[in-house]
Write a protein that binds this ligand. Sequence first.
Ligand SMILES: Nc1ncnc2c1ncn2[C@@H]1O[C@H](COP(=O)(O)OP(=O)(O)OP(=O)(O)O)[C@@H](O)[C@H]1O
Ligand SMILES: [Mg+2]
Ligand SMILES: [Zn+2]
Length: 295
Amino acid sequence: MSHGQTPAEQAAQDKRIKLQLSAIKYPVLVMSGKGGVGKSTVAVNLAWSLSQRGFKVGIMDIDIHGPNVPKMLGIDKLSFGGDESRIEPVRVNDNLVAASLGLIGYHPDQAIVWRGPIKIGLIRQFLADVAWGELDYLIIDTPPGTGDESLTIAQTVHNLAGAVVVTTPQEVSVLDSRKSLDFAKKLNVHVLGLVENMSGFVCPCCNTVTHIFSQGGGKKAAEELAVPFAGVIPLEAGVVGAGDSGKAFLSQYQDGPVADAMNRIVDNVLAQIANNEKNGLYQKTTVNPDFRPER
Ligand SMILES: Nc1ncnc2c1ncn2[C@@H]1O[C@H](COP(=O)(O)OP(=O)(O)OP(=O)(O)O)[C@@H](O)[C@H]1O
Ligand SMILES: [Mg+2]
Ligand SMILES: [Zn+2]
C-alpha cells in the first residue's frame, strides 16, 4: 500500500523506520481481544517500572479512537515539539518518553473515523519521525482487537520482542483473548505473557484480596494455549484514581497487592524476553553504527 506516498518516499520512510528501530532493543506490543480490560494501565505501568529499573523506555500509544496514555501520564495538555521532519516525544521522567497519536489533533468530543490507510500511515510516521533515540524498550499500546494498528506494528517492527496480552476473568472464560493469541501466532509474534487483570478485589480497609469470580482461569487458559502466563492483577480503586490523576500507579504506590502484582508481571515479561533471546527466538538487530540519535 502506498498511503499516498510515491514509491521513493515510501522507500525513504522504510529506511528511516529501520534505522530508528535499529536503536530500539526490545519493542513490545500490548494488546487484548476486548476493550477496557486494562491494556493502557498495563502498558503505562510496565513502561514506568522499566524506567525505574534504569532502562531507557519509550511508550507509543497508537490508539487513535480513544487514546488513554496521554491522560494516564498527565501529558494530555501537551503537544509535540520538533520541526517538519522530526517529532519530539514528551518526556515523562529521566528514562521515559512518550508519544501518542492522541496528542495529534484528537478531540475527545469529536468522533473521528480514520480510514485504515490513514491509520497505517500515521503509525508508520510515528515509527519513522518521532525522535525516539536509543531505547532499551518501546512499549506500544494498541486499541482493542486485532485491527490495522496491531497488524501494522507486527508487519513493520521487524525486531518486535513480542506481545503482552491482557485479559480479564470474564473474557478468559469465553476466551476472547484467544483471537489475540491466534493473531500473534499467525504473525510470528512471541507472546511474552498473558496478564489476567481485574482478577479479585482488594479490600480498601485491610488490603485482603477477595475473589468474586472463580480464580485461576487465566493461568489455565495460558496452559491450554501454550503461552506463558505473566500474572494476575486484582481490582483496586487506586488504579482508577492513578489513571485519572495522570500518574502511573507504580509512581504512587510501591507496595501492596497491585504494585506487587505489577512488579511480578514485569519480572516475568523480562524473564521471558531473556529466555527467548537465549533460545535464539529473538532476532536482535544490531545497532546501526551510522545511527545518531537526534536528542
Ligand atoms: N486492576 C485494576 N483495578 C481497578 N481499575 C482498573 C484496573 N485495571 C484497569 N482499571 C481501570 O479500568 C479502566 C479501563 O482500563 P484501561 O484504560 O487500562 O483499559 P484498556 O484496555 O486500555 O481500554 P481501551 O480498550 O479503551 O483502550 C480504567 O478506568 C482503568 O483505570
Ligand atoms: Mg487503552
Ligand atoms: Zn477488609
